[in-house]
Design a binder for this molecule. Sequence first.
Ligand code: PLP
Length: 399
Amino acid sequence: MSTETNAVLREREEHHASGVYALKKISITRGEGARVWDAEGNSYIDCAAGHGVANLGHAHPRVAEAIAEQARTLVTCAGSFPNDQRAALLEKLAVLFPTGFERFFLCNSGTEAVEGALKFARLSTGRSRIVAAMRGFHGRTLGALSASWEKRYREPFEPLIPGVRHARFDDLNSFDEAIDNETACVIVEIVQGEGGVRFASNSFLRGLRRLCDERGALLIFDEVQTGFGRTGRTFAFEHHGVAPDLVTLGKAIAGGVPMGAVAIGPAVGELGLGTHGSTFGGNPLACAAASAVLDVLRGDRLAARAASYGQGFLDQLCAIESPLIREVRGLGLMVAVELRSRVAPVLRALEERGILALAAGPSVLRFLPPLVISQADLAVVARELESILNAACPAEAVR
Ligand code: PLP
């Protein structure tokens, strides 16, 4: 427990912070498994997980030990010097991908992974155009922002990079119109996260693969949010049997230590010395953390756990009878409840009852709990949500 209150910590931070985040009332100071604690010792079931980062939960002992051990050994090592931790991680990553994915570029965040993938696609094809999806989100740096959809994020920074078209998500005709012989790449999420937890269909993804092959464009799957077990498979594209050319990774990859990665498939040509780089990318500390994450993910079969616990949670949410619910949808432990009302008051009410969750747009409530969460905690979340929705709009009142 902190010696300061939530309010005092918030005030101290507000004083010097950039102002780009709306600071909440509670200050989080500790975590363990699927729980976090605020400065005053109140505990919360964490269905936000640092925006889908803490797939292994907070303070996982194997990850903590790997970080501590590596911090005592070697934290920094430029990409031009081979390193034992980096070599081990690259080998572990290669095992997770389809045959031919032998190359990985290591960086420090999801948006950097997207920047890398867009640059590699341009380099490899000699083309510049990019096709992305409406409601897609790929990050805040200028390239990734150009591929993202949300006007609020884009407009203050225009003009963004030229040659980016947005097509309707999960609508193959719309992508058919947008992809041409100048298109370097198509970038999509398999499940749109920030865009409201919306799923690409198998026929859409197969169709995208065909269009890209026909027109010489590379296909990028952005798995920054869906990767590492979140949807019930190690990567969401595994649900579909469609192989991409590039995959962007981030969030959960290193258990909360900043890291991103681009997985590079066989259709991507030689990248060439000096065409890209990153001072911190692939540093031994992040690599050691990521190595431990991958070991735990496989050893504890967390993707399978996400699939079965996620289905149980989805069933419980579907059983809630409330006129405020428009739709419940999810894949693994990436779950959304779309409301007929605004989500902000529901998020506040959950917080007051000791549950942290996320919004995905103005009316979608999103749950991204650690994959180690217990079924009992998930049942509490479903029960509390039902009670909040009933209190806001008692079922009898609308019968
Ligand atoms: N891509 C997707 C699908 C994301 O959900 C996000 C972040 O939410 C990003 C990219 C950007 O990742 P980061 O915030 O680590 O830059």
